[in-house]
Design a binder for this molecule. Structure first.
Ligand SMILES: *Cc1c(COP(=O)(O)O)cnc(C)c1O
Length: 232
């Protein structure tokens, strides 16, 4: 299956999931996760209308940013090291993976230098997996309150990476949990916080995530096929 057919499949499954839960299709945005994929694959997805691409490595994001059209919205979805923030703050549309105040402070520093405001999501490890980054469910609200004090950083919502499961329904509880934290934070009416986005759901479970309120789904394999990793 080619990228075009895959995109058609993902889009029709997105529409179906929206129909099932009575949501408007415009409420859910697709991030094409292009990590490890060559430029040609991104160009093909671009030709079929994709404008949102997700990357998890700073260098790769910067290289692709330089090479591809400037109307692409780049999403940083991977763990971000503080010393690399300076390379991407002015290139990303949204950083999905902010999980500490120190990282947010670094983003503030670099954004202030460039006189820009950077949109971010706070990553929450709702499933409490040891291997994953993200703040805990219990600390998420406090972290949002602290980040809200940084004038060049704007919290736009929350993100989670659910566990890898065979049966997508098993992740429903984690999507529900993230949505609940999101609603709790909205009720706090925190200044400089714009809770609008819930980034949750990947190839294996995006339909479940949509029915639980996802506004961004991040799909890699389902669009570009399996990834090949070179072991270094
Ligand atoms: C790789 C990745 C994805 C996409 O995973 P697929 O299962 O290939 O759809 C989504 N989100 C994050 C944070 C990722 O690192």
């Amino acid at each position: 299956m080619g990228i075009r057919e895959n995109l058609d499949t993902v889009k029709s499954r997105m529409e179906n999931a929206c129909k099932v839960c009575g949501r408007d299709t415009s409420e859910v945005k697709l991030v094409a996760v292009s990590k490890t994929k060559p430029l040609a694959a991104l160009e093909e997805a671009y030709a079929y209308g994709c404008r949102d691409f997700g990357e998890n490595k700073v260098q790769e994001l910067v290289d692709k940013y330089e090479a591809l059209p400037k109307d692409i919205r780049w999403h940083m979805i991977g763990h971000l090291q503080r010393n690399k923030v300076k390379y991407i703050v002015d290139k990303v549309f949204l950083i999905h993976s902010v999980d500490s105040l120190r990282l947010a402070q670094e983003i503030e520093k670099e954004a202030a230098k460039k006189e820009i405001t950077v949109n971010i999501l706070v990553e929450v490890n709702v499933a409490e997996e040891e291997s994953k980054f993200g703040t805990t469910s219990g600390e998420a609200c406090l972290l949002v309150e602290e980040i809200a004090k940084l004038p060049h950083v704007r919290v736009r919502g929350l993100m989670t990476i659910a566990p890898y499961v065979e049966v997508s329904e098993e992740n429903r509880r984690y999507f529900e949990k993230l949505k609940q934290i999101y609603v709790d934070i909205i009720h706090k009416n925190i200044d400089n916080v714009f809770m609008e986005e819930l980034s949750m759901g990947m190839t294996g479970d995006y339909e479940v995530a949509i029915t639980e309120g996802a506004t961004y789904i991040r799909v890699g394999t389902g669009i570009f096929g399996e990834r090949e990793y070179t072991v270094i």
